[in-house]
Ligand binder design. Structure first.
Ligand code: CO
Ligand code: CO
Length: 336
């Protein structure tokens, strides 16, 4: 595509570095060095591993702030930009907010991935930001051999209606708004185990904004939610279990997933991040005997631009029921 040669963005990612982030335990160690902060306007800080920070402004509105960026997970630069934007915007929706402005973070080496390729990344990003009704106000670029792209996003939220990790209650039903399996499918794409159709299905969902899911959640009176991203379904739900001190039951056979997941798990398209995700919640997590291995893999699969997991008393239209809050004391039990 550039100078007659097909540039595969995912092949520029350093070995073992595929969109990986620090394991939760490593992140905790780093964050522990921060001085204790006591600003009363901070409604949601980083302590509860929530999706975004929420800061109360004068006048009864609150600011939602988040950032997210990662290495290419698809080869097509336009789709990479669209996925990165959809993913970063999602953390504002996961707090019940509406994004207003974004700034981009772009790391690329023009010798390896020329500006024409990056223009496509920005075009994909720009379309999603427009679809979200937000505006790009700036950004920062750095030359780096391994490409990385993402956004910092600022949004607004009604401080009385924030979706906080602290608000789960016994009796809440858990609903998921997108199928699981993006880590498995994108690994399959990287190693050419996934078909065009497998890829198209995952990309379609990864570029679907969580705006509609957020709007449905607000209508249903939801007060607790997370988007399911790199730490996997059980990792992000684990953060809610810890912050709210509740235990949940997930039903493996109810989990929505991409059609190729079982086949790709059999082809060993799993990730090191999934192993770390499982370790991070090993103190909380147990599986009922008989849950098939591919469904276990699905629960720990790192997601990119995943759906919202919503804790609700009401049915959420368009979402899939996956479990419920069963008691107090942090825990996750996955039944068949
Ligand atoms: Co999130
Ligand atoms: Co995030």
């Amino acid at each position: 595509m550039i100078e007659g040669k097909m540039l595969r963005l995912t092949h520029l990612v350093a070995k073992g570095g595929c969109a990986s982030k620090l394991a939760q335990a490593q992140l905790k160690e780093v964050l522990s060095a921060l001085p204790v902060q006591k600003d009363p306007n901070v409604l949601v800080g980083f302590e509860t591993s929530d999706d975004a920070g929420v800061y109360l402004l004068p006048g009864g509105v609150a600011l939602v702030q988040t950032m997210d960026f990662f290495t290419p997970i698809v080869d097509d630069p336009y789709r990479y930009g669209a996925i990165a934007a959809t993913n970063a915007l999602s953390d504002v929706y996961a707090m019940g907010g509406e994004p207003i402005t974004v700034m981009n973070i772009a790391l690329f080496d023009p010798e390896v991935a020329p500006p024409a390729v990056w223009a496509e990344v920005f075009r994909g990003m720009g379309e999603k930001v427009s679809e979200a009704g937000a505006t790009t106000v700036g950004g920062h670029s750095v030359v780096d051999k391994e490409p990385k792209f993402g956004l910092s996003v600022t949004g607004l939220v009604d401080p009385e209606r924030v979706f906080s990790n602290r608000n789960a209650e016994v009796g809440d039903q858990i609903w998921l708004t997108k199928p699981l399996g993006t880590g498995i499918v994108t690994t399959g794409m990287k190693f050419d185990d996934a078909t065009e159709e497998d890829a198209a299905e995952a990309i379609r969902w990864m570029t679907t904004l969580n705006k509609g899911a957020k709007d449905s959640a607000l209508l249903a009176g939801v007060r607790c939610a997370t988007d399911v991203t790199g730490f996997s379904l059980v990792g992000h739900l684990g953060n809610i279990c810890r912050a709210s001190d509740v235990s949940i039951r997930l039903v493996a056979s109810a989990l929505p997933h991409f059609s190729s997941v079982e086949r790709l798990v059999e082809a060993k398209c799993t990730t090191g991040a999934a192993v770390r995700n499982r370790e991070a919640v090993s103190d909380l997590l147990s599986y009922e005997e008989g849950v098939p291995e591919w469904l276990i893999q699905l629960t720990i699969d790192p997601q990119t631009s995943g759906g919202l997991a919503l804790f609700s008393r009401q049915e959420i239209p368009g979402a899939t029921w996956i479990g419920e809050v069963t008691g107090t004391g942090a825990g996750i039990r996955v039944s068949q």
